[in-house]
Design a protein around this ligand. Structure first.
Ligand code: PLP
Length: 437
């Protein structure tokens, strides 16, 4: 028996069940991955016991000799994984998550009530890029800053850069954020830079979803054009759950040291927003970043993209509508509206068949409450060694899900979710699909 098993069999049992769920089904959530045993060992280590407010060499607590070495290693590896020179770039590895990393980055760059433009949530952006609805400011990034989101074009699904440029001339942003949670295509960072420069605005990239592909050189690097780059560490990058903030180092000798972007980012993370860093997580990030610089990781990144293209092609072959007609990265946005299905219904049947994905709004959705599509990602299953052939099979399973959903919807006699759920009862085809998955 493990210590946890003895101390708390209830939690132990639930962890075992969740682990079984993760490994016995098809994990297609684009923001998830399977981190390595080595990362988990570091993450579950004695480092969790230590307080270390401050930065390496300048802590508010004693006993940080080894913690300093770990954080320094993590910083060096973060720069190395993205081919950055320590003269040009620095990094703060302490953010607890992508959301806190983003809020800290904004706090470092702009003042309360300054203006920012990020991709709208229904267009695939993240909450922390200034999300608000017509009625309500939802994210702290729209409560404390003024936000005017930009959108994707309703017909092409591509970011409407002309409209962004036009609106930026009206709004005069202090900051533009590139990056998304559900955007299947490459980013035109040069164009974003040009638009930002017209207004003397900062340009930030939140590369959370694609940072593993950037490290593996399978996606454009945002570093050439941006002032700040943030990322989560647990998506395509395959580390523990946390965030990183990369900042461009100051070259202007006239800027006082306390006012450089470096000083402002470090100050924003601690003490403005966070307290003591999670050293166990930082060690886990360091391990993941060492892995991300390896030749094996490069192969993984290449395979993630090849798998995504294969899955998109398989679904398109069956006549389905994939937003932008394909994918450049790990992610596919599948528009189910032509099939007269909602994302929620497809997500529901997938769950019953041990296929995990999530409903997602697609461009032109009238309401974000009933999203018209699903988001599918290939990084987790690629970590489990899936190749193109396997993803053809995944595509066939998904095709069967939609066929079952259509039959169930017809049987339900209405489009209401509650009738759909009632008509699902005892469905044998789903039971059969689950067996095959
Ligand atoms: N940024 C992007 C683009 C994301 O997709 C996400 C998470 O989904 C985040 C930030 C937030 O990360 P976290 O959940 O770690 O706060």
């Amino acid at each position: 028996n493990t210590p946890l098993q003895q101390e708390d069999p209830e939690i132990y049992d639930l962890i075992q069940k969740e682990k079984y769920r993760q490994y016995s089904g098809l994990e297609l959530i684009a923001s998830e991955n399977f981190t390595s045993q080595a990362v988990m060992e570091a993450n579950g280590s004695a480092l969790t016991n230590k307080y270390s407010e401050g930065l390496p060499g300048a802590r508010y607590y004693g006993g940080n000799e080894y913690i300093d070495q770990i954080e320094n290693l993590c910083r060096d590896r973060a720069l190395a994984a993205f081919n950055l020179s320590p003269e040009e770039w620095g990094v703060n590895v302490q953010p607890y998550s992508g959301s806190t990393a983003n809020f800290a980055a904004l706090t470092a760059m702009i003042q309360p009530n300054d203006r920012l433009m990020g991709l709208d949530l229904p267009s695939g952006g993240h909450l922390t890029h200034g999300y608000q609805t017509a009625k309500k400011k939802i994210s702290a990034t729209s409560i404390f800053f003024q936000s005017m989101p930009y959108q994707v074009d309703r017909t092409t699904g591509l970011i409407d850069l002309d409209k962004l440029e036009e609106n930026a001339r009206l709004f005069r942003p202090n900051l533009i954020i590139s990056g998304a949670s559900a955007y299947p295509r490459e980013w035109d960072y040069a164009r974003f830079r040009k638009i930002a420069d017209e207004h003397g605005a900062y340009l930030m990239s939140d590369m959370a979803h694609i940072s593993g592909l950037v490290a593996g050189q399978e996606a454009e690097s945002p570093f050439k054009y941006c002032d700040i780059v943030t990322t989560t560490t647990h998506k395509t990058l395959r580390g523990p759950r946390a965030g990183l903030i990369f900042f461009r180092k100051n070259k202007d000798a006239n800027v006082p040291k306390s006012e450089t972007l470096e000083a402002r980012v470090n100050q924003a993370v601690f003490p403005s927003i966070q307290g003591g860093p999670h050293n166990n997580t930082i060690a886990g990030i360091a391990v993941a970043l060492k892995q991300a610089a390896s030749p094996e990781f490069k192969l993984y990144a290449k395979q993630v993209v090849a798998n995504s293209k294969t899955l998109a092609a398989t679904l398109i072959k069956h006549g389905y509508k994939i937003v932008t007609d394909g994918s450049d990265n790990h992610l596919i946005l599948w528009d189910l509206r032509p099939n007269k299905l909602t994302g929620s219904k497809v997500e529901r049947i997938c769950d019953m068949a041990s296929i995990t994905l999530n409903k997602n709004s697609v461009c032109g959705d009238v309401s974000a409450v009933t999203p018209g599509g699903v988001r599918v990602g290939t990084s987790a299953l690629t970590s489990r060694s899936f190749k193109e052939d396997d993803f053809v099979k995944v595509g066939e399973f998904l095709h069967r899900v939609v066929q079952i959903a259509l039959a169930v919807q017809a049987k339900a006699g209405s489009k209401m979710m509650k009738d759909f759920v009632a008509a699902l009862e005892g469905n044998e085809e789903i039971a059969q699909l689950k067996k095959e998955v």
